[in-house]
Design a protein around this ligand. Sequence first.
Ligand code: SF4
Length: 77
Amino acid sequence: MTDHDTETLRGTRRLVVDRSVCAGHGLCYSRSPEVVDCDDSGYPVLLHDVLELDEHIAAAEEAVAVCPERALTLESA
Ligand code: SF4
């Protein structure tokens, strides 16, 4: 593994939505439109397969924090 690989692994995250508990009320994409959009029914659409930029990771953390259903989690990518 190269230094670059190590740096990439340390820095990347993945935002995951559990659609079985998502209520579709939109707090996540209202708070963090940089990383979450919505579909025509008001349910979240994740904009990035992996999050590499610090600003995107911070936005994802805010989306997780604002979701009252705990439908969002931020995982290591
Ligand atoms: S805030 Fe949570 S429950 Fe509401 S739309 Fe976003 S993921 Fe779904």
